[in-house]
Ligand binder design. Sequence first.
Ligand code: NFE
Length: 503
Amino acid sequence: MKVDLGPVTRIEGHLNVKTTIENDQIVDAQCMGEMFRGFEVILRGRDPLDAQQITQRICGVCPYAHAIASSYAQENAYGLQVPPNGRIMHNLIQGANHLYDYLLHFYQLSALDFVDVTSILKYTGKDADLRKIKEWVQAEFASGKAYPGAPFLPRLNGCYIVDDELNIGALKHYVEAMEIQKKANRAATVFGGKFPHATAIFPGGCTQDARIDLIATYQSFIRETREFIHSRYIPDIVAVAENFPEYWHIGASKGGFLSYGLLPLSAERNSGRLLAPGVLQGGMVKPVDYGLITQDVGHAKYSSPSGLKISESSLTPDPAKKGAYTWTKAPRYDGRVMEVGPAARILVDYHAGGNKTVKGLVDTYAAMFGITADNLNSVLGRHLCRAVNAVVIADFLLEESERIDPGGKTMADIVVPATAEGYGVTEASRGALLHYIRIADYKIAAYECVVPTTWNASPRDDKGQPGTMESALVGTKVADPEDQIEAVRIIHSFDPCIACSVH
Ligand code: NFE
């Protein structure tokens, strides 16, 4: 039996997932990014200094990551020496965006896969019979009355948390989380200029001044966000994990893990980062070699050549291509499938012996839940790893903001060369993000973005290996093949962004 799960909701963009079910088990899955965008074509022939502005428009959720990756690529191409204030401001903007994004993902995009919204009805005098509730909600809609649970119903069949108090608490936090996301975004705008598309991020730093009042404002927003992370987000993740322990063993991807490392600690962008970079395979972490990244398009709707390296960038859309089922390319590392994202960041750092707080938190939660670090490759693992990222980043941002030199230079002087090329890598919330720029005659001759959800939502490659999310779905038992809440929980744990994946 074949089932289309699309359009998948509570994600960004147009995603369909087609599953094949045999004996109540997913035996095949196809992830389909259902739109073409073509940013890499739009960029050709333009002024290189437009790139960090144009690429932010790839997405309204992770725009800062694109601006940062583009800035790093241009810094590399121009040979810029970035002043410490410039690096710090980049970090403060990008880190605040990660905090916003983790809270958005858990509360607005995932929590209601586990939390029972119908608990509210017991406090509104309605019978908690799902069929009756659906009828009642439809009648309320028809009469134009507002109702707090209405946007969340109907929903997929499945088991939800049964403790009413926990459910009501989580729903309150759902609403509070939106206020806190605003604070994290406002923190980012202190140095970035505005949200979602920052005006102040440039190669070599930031156009904002290094002022003490700005530092204080930034810190007050981050402190409030940090408080919410500790008092609400972490306990809510723990509650979900306690109620659904089977999800430590559901949704494991079947490749390696790739992380470029997050937030540079010195002027040398790639030498030390708050979270360590690397490729993790078989328990071993190796340095990343961009030369080993290729992109297959055998099953993607492009007629440009398959298996190209990043610097060979090419993009010719072919909507009617035979055998192609998505607009998302299939990036591979040395021919292998990679998971990118929060679990990859934590697992790579953990195995590389990077950040001590990461090690401490992973070991503490592993002991609490009776799991090992390997179980972070799972639905719950991805949720927990976002929270671990959030804890480490929030503390770092408060320390990092103290390192700004008030009144000091915040940007390098930029001279665009006639001919150059550069790579820029960072971690967007959803994972490893690479931008490549080649300049000829002072214009962009080629631009390539290799984006987190392109890795995770990739189709089969030319060897027939399924993409990361496809591999995580295969083998999953489903209680109701028509509804497949298990598959949706797996998909949501990756937090796919299709706007980014197809860019
Ligand atoms: Ni549109 Fe993005 C992030 C990037 S995902 S959200 O995080 O880059 O591919």
